[in-house]
Write a protein that binds this ligand. Structure first.
Ligand SMILES: CCCCC/C=C\C/C=C\C/C=C\C/C=C\CCCC(=O)SCCNC(=O)CCNC(=O)[C@H](O)C(C)(C)COP(=O)(O)OP(=O)(O)OC[C@H]1O[C@@H](n2cnc3c(N)ncnc32)[C@H](O)[C@@H]1OP(=O)(O)O
Length: 179
């Protein structure tokens, strides 16, 4: 029987040999998170990504039908997730591992499901290990803004997830010992 302690010690083969700063990418250049590696596609619907010479990141995105909230429109959680993903790729496109510390989303218009959308993301400033990143989602064709986001990403070293596993094991151990 598997326990939470076993889970904390089990190597995760999706990340085996993985370089956090240079993850596997789709043909469209999209860096894949852990759960999407088996599917070889971003299940949030990020189809292409690229960084231009000015440092702005561009993403072709479409809301999957499984993420429908209201009739023919995206669940707000999808909009927030895909903006977290796209803005969070900016440090990665600059060969830097980071995690989201804060994220703020403005839902400007309902987001249609199954339509081509564009996300643009850029660095506002960097202070210490913090990257202040903003972005917006627009409808295609045209450039109507559907959502805006801004947040703070914090640079991590490659020991971040191992430290987390140890912290989790300690939580489990202290919960077990205190009953
Ligand atoms: C999906 C996650 C994947 C992450 C990347 C992994 C591999 C990459 C490969 C493939 C992946 C492909 C694509 C994925 C890319 C992006 C997807 C979106 C990213 C995410 O979806 S990621 C998941 C959600 N996210 C978390 O899981 C974070 C949980 N959380 C923590 O892990 C800690 O809470 C942490 C690290 C935030 C702080 O940890 P801490 O407090 O111990 O650090 P410390 O004290 O050293 O602070 C260091 C500096 O952060 C500043 N700081 C701290 N907290 C702050 C806050 N709230 N707001 C503003 N600034 C803050 C301090 O002011 C100091 O700033 P300074 O260095 O300038 O002085």
């Amino acid at each position: 029987m598997s326990t939470s302690g076993d889970r904390a010690r089990t190597p995760n083969r999706r990340w085996a040999g993985s370089d956090f700063q240079d993850p596997p990418r789709t043909a469209g250049g999209v860096a894949l998170c852990g759960a999407c590696r088996a599917a070889s596609a971003c299940r949030l619907g990020v189809e292409r990504e690229r960084l231009d010479e000015a440092g702005t990141a561009w993403f072709d995105v479409s809301c999957p039908h499984e993420q429908e909230g209201g009739p023919n429109v995206a669940h707000g959680g999808w909009t927030a997730s895909v903006l977290d993903e796209c803005l969070g790729h900016v440090p990665l496109l600059n060969s830097t591992l980071s995690v989201t510390a804060e994220l703020s989303v403005s839902f400007v218009k309902p987001v249609p499901v199954g339509r081509p959308l564009r996300v643009r993301a850029w660095v506002e400033k960097r202070e210490g290990s913090r990257w202040y990143i903003s972005g917006e989602m627009t409808l295609l064709p045209g450039r109507a803004v559907l959502a805006r986001a801004s947040g703070i990403w914090v640079t991590r070293d490659t020991g971040h997830f191992d430290r987390h596993e140890r912290w989790l094991a300690e939580q489990d151990a202290s919960a077990t010992s205190s009953g």
